[in-house]
Design a protein around this ligand. Structure first.
Ligand code: NAD
Length: 261
């Protein structure tokens, strides 16, 4: 029996970045709970049952509008939007992107801001706007502890000790802190239109990171381990469903206690 508080069946969700590590978990998890799920991604691939893939670049407003048009024709106006697509500097990022703050390239800053901030904004404008016209909806913007607090540069000391120049870059942190106030702005803007907007802030997800990083990172986490991707789903279902009907403009932090000390 499904608890009516958390019941999402027959509702429609859009998950951006639905082909990525966490996006796949969200899309599959929402579909398993009876939702019809549209994944928006620039990458393609297989999707689980109940998930339909749209090759939509979230920095392109017309692509979002086209995909939404198809979804509305087939399934109706989405009830849930998960703004999950995001760029971070990969471990093998070019050397100039992981060098000093003073020399961080403008183009790299623009690329991260374009997807993480402008892409989220455009999805909120187009899909959130449709939700507001329908008079209901829940938007979950995915944040990071690195948008709440500064990255701990000491976690990357092992790379510097191995002879590399490595500074965790600034752009990702700036982009994820922008998400917190985009959330608050829209929560108040749409409060009376029935659209709730919240941030879901996550700490680092386990993903075969190098042993030295794992050791340094988990020593910093009160719970002593990284987040398992599946553990982000519970908070997402809560924020997506009527269980959180009076929660808007908030930030749910799933970080194993990272921000508690
Ligand atoms: N993995 C972590 O440790 C972690 C921690 C905190 C927060 N997050 C956040 O969770 C979200 C997902 O992270 P992930 O680890 O699954 O990343 P990921 O790189 O595995 O997935 C991101 C997805 O977004 C897609 N994407 C990128 N640019 C796009 C665009 N312009 N339009 C549409 N899709 C685009 C990518 O193709 C990819 O499939 C991100 O917002 C990330 O910042 C991740």
């Amino acid at each position: 029996m499904t608890d009516p508080l958390f019941d999402l069946s027959d509702r429609v969700a859009v998950v951006t970045g639905g082909m990525g590590q966490l996006g796949r978990v969200y899309a599959a998890g929402l579909a398993e709970r009876g939702m019809r799920v549209a994944s928006f991604d620039v990458a393609s691939g297989e999707t689980p049952g109940g998930v339909r893939a749209y090759e939509a670049d979230i920095t392109d407003r017309s692509a979002i509008e086209r995909a939404l048009g198809e979804i509305e024709a087939d399934w109706g106006t989405p009830h849930v939007l998960v703004n999950n697509a995001g760029l971070d500097s990969p471990p093998d990022a070019p050397v100039e992107e992981v060098g000093s703050f003073e020399d961080f390239p403008e183009a790299a800053f623009d690329a991260v801001m374009d997807v993480n901030v402008k892409g989220t904004l455009l999805c909120c404008q187009v899909i959130g706007g449709a939700m507001a016209r329908a008079g209901r909806g829940s938007i979950v913007n995915i944040g990071s502890v690195y948008g709440l607090l500064s990255p701990v540069q000491d976690l990357y000391a092992f790379r510097r000790e191995a002879g590399e120049t490595f500074v965790k870059p600034v752009a990702y942190s700036v982009s994820k802190s922008a998400i917190l106030n985009l959330t608050r702005y829209l929560a108040t803007y749409w409060a009376k239109a029935g659209v709730r907007v919240n941030t879901l802030t996550l700490a680092g997800v386990a993903n075969d990171q190098p042993a030295e990083f794992l050791e340094a990172y988990t020593a910093r986490v009160p719970m002593g381990r990284m987040l398992d991707a599946d553990e982000a789903l519970g908070a997402l279902v809560f924020l997506a469903s009527d269980a959180s009907s009076y929660i808007t403009g908030s930030n749910v932090v799933v970080d194993g206690g990272w921000s508690a000390w």
